[in-house]
Design a protein around this ligand. Sequence first.
Ligand code: NAP
Length: 254
Amino acid sequence: MSMNRVAIIIGGASGIGWASAQALAADGCRIVLADRDADGAAARAAELGAPHTSAYADVTDEDSVQKLFETAGPVDIVLNCAGFSNVGLIADMPVEDFRSVVDVCLNGGFIVAKHAGRNLPEGGVLVSISSLNGRQPAAGMSAYCAAKAGLSMLTQVAALELGPRGIRVNAIAPGFVRTPLTEPAAMIPGVVEDYIDNTALGRAGTPEDIAGAVVFLCSPQASWLTGEVLDLNGGAHLKRYPDVLGHVMKLAQA
Ligand code: NAP
C-alpha cells in the first residue's frame, strides 16, 4: 500500500489516539505518533513498524509542538487527542486544578491549531477530539465541560480562518468510551450503567468507534466537510449526561 499522506497524531500513545493511529495507518497514512508519554509513543510506533515514527510533544508547551512539526516535515493530517479531566465542585476547586484541565484541553487545542494552520498544505485536515461535555454539562466537571465547549468553538473559528487555504477543520465529540482515561470513572458503581441508560443504542463506545470517524473526516469522502463538531455517542446527546458527581458522592458515603 502506498503511504502518500502523513498524519501527526498527538496523544497517540493511548486510547482513542492509538486506535486512530492504527486505523489511519491501515488507511495508508504514515504516522508520526506524538505524546507527552514519549516512551509510550515509541512503543506504539514500534508496534506499527516502519515507516511509522514517534515523537515527544506536550500540547501545553508551544516549543515542543513547534519542534514536533519541524522534525516531522511535510504533513497532511493533524489529529489532536490530548486531554484529561478532573472532578470537583466549583466552590471547592483550587483554581490550579481548573487551569490544568483548560491548559491541556483548550489552550493545547489552540497551540496545535496554530501550528497545524502554519504547516498544513491545501487539502490538509485538522481533527480535534472534543467531547459530549462540550454541549452537555455534568456537575463536578466544570473545567472539562468549559474547556471542551471552547475547543468545539475553536474548531469552528479555525475552519473559517483556514478554509480559504483549502484546509478542513473538524472535531469529534465522543460520549463515554472505555479507555485508560475513563477507567477510574468506570470503576465507580453506577457510572457506566447510567451512561448506557442515557444512550439510544444501549452501549458505551469503543476507541475503534471513534477511529472510524477519524478516518472518514480525514478522507477525500469528507472533502466538503468543515467546521463540524460530530456527536459520536450512541445517541447520548439526545438524553442527559450521567450523574457522575452523584455516583462519586454515593461511593464516598458508602
Ligand atoms: P487516554 O487513553 O488517556 O489518551 C490520551 C493520551 O493523551 C494519553 O497518552 C495522554 O498521556 C496524552 N496526553 C495527555 N495530556 C497531554 C498533553 N498535554 N500533551 C500531549 N499528550 C497528552 O484518553 P482517551 O480516552 O483516549 O482520550 C482522548 C481524547 O478524547 C481526550 O481529549 C479526551 O478528553 C477525549 N474524550 C474521551 C472520551 C472518553 O470517554 N474516553 C470522551 C470524550 C472525549 P498521559 O497518559 O501521560 O496522560
